[in-house]
Design a protein around this ligand. Structure first.
Ligand SMILES: Nc1ncnc2c1ncn2[C@@H]1O[C@H](COP(=O)(O)OP(=O)(O)OP(=O)(O)O)[C@@H](O)[C@H]1O
Length: 267
């Protein structure tokens, strides 16, 4: 699936918080959006899926395989979000329902799309748990979110996002709330799943080392605009904009060397 964003502008209270943003993610492409806090990354992601806050208005164009998403009806968008686009958020604790077993939550997108009975949906949940590397899949599906670690909860969030094999996965800071070793394992999981289902990826982060592990291309945002864009390897090796140079130094300071995508990832 090809995602094309053209001149996307998001306005809140008369202020353009996303300002004339354009980029393309080709079928199976892996684009990272990076920038400091408040640069407009999250609002860009929300605009792609029709989830902007009520106070925001979006203009420009967002197409998925030629189909315009900006201004699409809520019904159409709900269908696209379940089917064509999977989304993963930063804090899996708030994205999950604390009162429902995780198996039910993982199989919900499939139940909605394929009308599974109880036994089929339990099996689907176990299969998904296996696919995202949760331990003891047969047992873990009966647990509640608070009984899982942060990394396991994020695996559940990822399972929900990939349940219907979407052509595009959008992840907003999916590893930020996790500690470094768990972060690495979750990045490996993204890498594997995106490769397995040959879906595209839009990955939002403020950490260039994280981005470089999974994304071949990068867009750097500041003040709602794109200030630099290109292949990750080029941007890491020869950043042009001072903001990008700052992001490269910050990534190196964490001890994680930004490298070719996938080089540090065990498959
Ligand atoms: N609901 C809202 N109402 C008013 N302003 C908002 C709202 N959401 C975001 N903004 C403003 O829009 C700008 C861009 O926000 P956005 O969340 O997209 O940034 P971000 O790059 O994702 O930052 P972070 O990394 O901190 O999440 C910021 O100045 C923010 O204050």
């Amino acid at each position: 699936m090809t995602l094309t964003v053209s001149d996307l502008t998001v306005t809140i209270d008369g202020r353009a918080v996303v300002d004339g943003v354009s980029f393309t993610v080709p079928d199976g492409g892996r684009l990272g959006i990076i920038g400091e806090s408040g640069s407009g990354k999250t609002l860009t992601a929300l605009a792609l899926t029709g989830l902007l806050p009520a106070a925001a208005t979006a203009t420009g164009s967002v197409t998925l395989d030629g189909r315009e998403l900006l201004g699409a009806s809520e019904r159409e968008l709900a269908q696209i979000r379940g089917d064509a686009i999977g989304m993963v958020f930063q804090e899996p604790r708030t994205a999950l329902n604390p009162l429902r077993r995780i198996g039910r939550q993982m199989s919900e997108p499939l139940r909605l799309h394929y009308r599974l009975d109880r036994r089929q949906s339990r099996q689907a949940a176990v299969d998904l748990a296996t696919r995202v590397g949760l331990p003891e899949p047969e047992r873990i599906v009966d647990r509640y979110p608070h009984e899982l670690s942060g990394g396991q909860r994020q695996r559940v969030g990822i399972a929900i996002a990939v349940a219907c094999n979407p052509g595009l996965l959008i992840a907003d800071e999916p590893t930020t709330a996790l500690d470094v070793t768990v972060q690495a394992a979750i990045l490996d999981l993204f890498d594997r799943l995106v490769a397995e289902q040959s879906s595209g990826l839009v990955f939002i982060t403020h950490n260039l080392a994280v981005l470089a592990r999974v994304c071949t291309d990068v867009v750097v945002m500041a003040g709602g605009r794109i200030i630099e864009a290109g292949p990750t390897a080029r941007v890491v090796d020869a950043p042009e904009h001072p903001v990008t140079r700052g992001l490269v130094s910050a990534a190196r300071a964490t001890g994680l060397t930004p490298g070719e995508p996938g080089t540090e990832v065990t498959r």
